[in-house]
Design a protein. Structure first.
Length: 347
């Protein structure tokens, strides 16, 4: 009987000791922490956005199964010589959409009401790790020469962290390309000086005044000139004959002037047609009735028809896809440099 009692006491003591030991081990277990991989990194180390337009750079970071969210911090923004590049992190007012643009706005004010000015750093690191260069960086940064390596540029580091660890990714390179205010462009990217003109993207069916031949791109029958004439918000179209004299825009009588561009308060005279517009053009990459198929460029079409020989109706069309990124009063001139179209009917 004594032995049984002692055995019970010993067993009970063993349970207490075991429980106490288990409690100690349980107390030693750390709280849950995030997993952080040392392999997290940017998949792109050099960034070359074009100055003068808002560019969002996405899908550039490898999380390597790290617990989300990660925290990103921009550090040590500097020139290649190591001196600070404070202009990159300086806050500037930029246009931000507060309501989505859909291309159905019926006035300039409706467009303006959908966006507002906010202060953002010119070179911004987002919470997702994405990077964005804002349009207002036009005059703040020194561009690289397109197609070459600029030993200048701007270096920066990014600190990435969660509760499980952190890593600083060093010496990422921002090498911005020279501003191109419009596209398609004839700009010399080295000198930044524009050449004489550019060619249209599509030209068909136009009949020459004197030769009655079809005008063609290959023969460089039409030159197109972009001109910035002021600091407002307008876009003007003009047509010039081979002597650079203004042509009557009403000669392109089949043109749908009210739907030519997403512009407002149309002013049409004999020499030009002008619209109040918001910039950039197009405002966003979105297919609308004013753009090409993917919405990346505005699309205009000028057309006319006439009765040709043998009583056959002929149709002439000039289509042009373009973008304008810098705000202002812009003019696009179509110069029929070799032969003026014939608009008259044949009898």
């Amino acid at each position: 009987m004594k032995f049984r009692t002692i055995y019970i006491y010993l067993a009970f003591a063993a349970v207490i000791i075991s429980t106490a030991t288990g409690c100690k081990k349980w107390l030693d277990i750390p709280a849950d922490v995030d997993y952080f991989s040392e392999k997290v990194d940017y998949t792109t180390k050099t960034f070359s956005p074009v100055l003068g337009r808002t560019t969002v750079i996405t899908n550039i970071f490898n999380y390597d199964n790290s617990s989300l969210p990660l925290t990103f911090q921009l550090l040590n923004v500097r020139k290649a010589d190591g001196t600070p590049a404070d202009n990159l992190t300086k806050m500037q007012p930029v246009w931000v959409w507060s309501t989505a643009y859909d291309g159905k706005e019926t006035s300039l004010q409706q467009i303006l009401d959908k966006r507002k000015k906010e202060d953002h750093p010119l070179w911004e690191l987002r919470k997702s790790g994405d990077l964005i260069l804002w349009q207002s960086a036009t005059n703040a940064l020194v561009p690289a020469y397109q197609g070459s390596t600029n030993p200048g540029g701007y270096l920066f580091d990014v600190k990435v962290s969660n509760s499980g660890g952190e890593k600083t990714i060093k010496d990422l390179l921002l090498n911005p390309l020279r501003e191109m205010p419009y596209e398609p462009t004839n700009m010399d990217v080295i000198s930044s000086l524009p050449k004489d003109s550019i060619l249209p993207s599509e030209l068909s069916g136009m009949i020459g005044q004197n030769t009655r031949k079809a005008l063609s791109n290959d023969n460089k029958d039409v030159y197109i000139y972009f001109k910035r004439t002021g600091n407002g918000n307008s876009l003007t179209f003009k047509f010039l004959d081979k002597n650079k004299n203004p042509m009557n825009v009403d000669a392109f009588r089949d043109t749908k002037w009210a739907e030519l561009i997403h512009g407002f308060n149309m002013q049409k005279t004999g020499d030009y047609v002008r619209y109040d517009v918001a910039y950039p053009i197009p405002l966003v990459k979105l297919p609308t009735k004013y753009t090409n198929g993917d919405g990346s460029r505005a699309m205009v079409e000028f057309s006319y028809s006439r009765i040709g020989f043998n009583g056959i109706r002929e149709t002439g069309k000039l289509k042009f896809n373009f973008s304008i990124f810098r705000e202002g009063d812009w003019e696009i001139d179509f110069h029929f440099r070799n032969d003026t179209p014939r608009f008259q009917d044949e009898y």
